[in-house]
Design a protein around this ligand. Structure first.
Ligand SMILES: [Fe+2]
Ligand SMILES: [Fe+2]
Length: 173
């Protein structure tokens, strides 16, 4: 019997749900990273670049990145709040041996939330005619990308084996 076959139905459902929640966080951050690099190249170009992508001006592109950043940060904060207040307390109660894992996940959520504050400020201050503001936001997004990639992988690796043993969805307490 494979690990997949031996897992509970609730476990398989929770694994699928968490993967589904993490997928857009992973892809959106990659897209934001690519976009900010494009904006940086356009901003640093010696010649003024009027059109860079799909007819957008550099200014409009910067505005889109700002908006996407805000949306991403709100979405990520909400995801972590749901985990801190719902998922992690249930997992800790049912599996006390997960205490160190939960402590690490919560501490990483705090580190990410501090970085999110920096990103929100940098996104608000982003201006397509201010190369330093673009470079600042790119740096923060790169830090978040590497921090979050490690966090999501660790969370899945640590919790999935426990999900597989559960008969009830953590949403049910
Ligand atoms: Fe998390
Ligand atoms: Fe998560």
């Amino acid at each position: 019997m494979t690990a997949q076959e031996s897992s509970t139905e609730a476990g398989r459902r929770m694994i699928a749900q968490l993967r589904l929640a993490h997928a857009p966080l992973r892809t959106d951050l990659v897209q934001l990273g690519l976009a900010i690099v494009m904006l940086e190249e356009a901003t640093l170009a010696a010649e003024p670049v009027r059109e860079i992508i799909a007819g957008l001006t550099v200014g409009q592109f910067a505005w889109q990145i700002k908006t996407r950043c805000e949306y991403f940060c709100d979405h990520l904060s909400l995801h972590h709040a749901i985990e801190d207040e719902g998922m992690l307390p249930v997992m800790q109660r049912q599996f006390p041996e997960l205490n160190p894992v939960v402590a690490r996940l919560k501490s990483e959520h705090e580190q990410v939330s501090m970085l999110i504050l920096e990103i929100s400020t940098a996104a608000r201050e982003l201006r397509s005619d201010d190369a330093a503001s673009v470079t600042r936001l790119r740096g923060y997004l790169e830090r978040l990308a590497s921090m979050l990639a490690g966090h999501l992988d660790y969370e899945e690796r640590s919790l999935f084996p426990y999900f597989e043993r559960m008969n009830r969805d953590w949403h049910q307490g």
